[in-house]
Design a protein around this ligand. Structure first.
Ligand code: HEC
Length: 131
């Protein structure tokens, strides 16, 4: 019975969604992102004024894409989205956060291997979307 319970717990932790920590994502956001995107996520951080491309309002991601595209957002943050190399000011965080060791899933869709910090940041951003 004990072994069985252990297995169930292991499966639950590995399942989609449960290995994300939006609270930690919020702390990372304050440390790395608020300087441009603003502490309220609306794109009005202290550095926004000196950027060539204005930082977008991160509470409107769902509105912009008609749903929250988790994988796409993770690729923007870890720097794999090629659009960013075409002149955007958004920094590449894949190297800052290090190990690409966590699998991120999209409901019924693709998976992505990225850094645990990126997974937490995406979870945080998802909780901050306007209804
Ligand atoms: C130096 C300023 C700066 C910092 C720091 C910064 N960003 Fe950005 N971010 C931008 C800019 C500018 C864009 C728009 C880039 C473009 O359109 O090419 C952007 C775009 C984005 C987008 C795309 C939004 C969309 O709707 O497509 C996401 C998501 C994002 N940033 C998240 C983050 C996160 C999370 C962090 C912290 C880990 C962060 N950013 C740190 C400037 C910044």
């Amino acid at each position: 019975m004990r072994v069985l319970l252990g297995m169930v717990t292991a499966l639950a932790v590995a399942g989609p969604g449960l290995a994300e920590d939006a609270t930690r994502g919020g702390v990372l956001y304050a440390q790395h992102c608020a300087v441009c995107h603003g502490s309220g996520l609306s794109g009005d951080g202290p550095m926004a004024g000196v950027l060539v491309v204005p930082p977008p309002d991160l509470t409107r991601i769902s509105e912009r894409y008609q749903g929250f595209p988790r994988i796409r957002i993770a690729r923007i943050i870890d720097g794999r989205d090629p659009l960013l190399s075409h002149g955007g000011d958004m920094p590449i965080y894949g190297y800052v956060f290090g190990a690409m060791s966590q699998v991120m899933r999209m409901e019924g869709g693709p998976t992505l291997l990225t850094a645990p910090e990126v997974v937490d940041l995406v979870a945080y951003l998802e909780t901050r979307q306007r209804p």
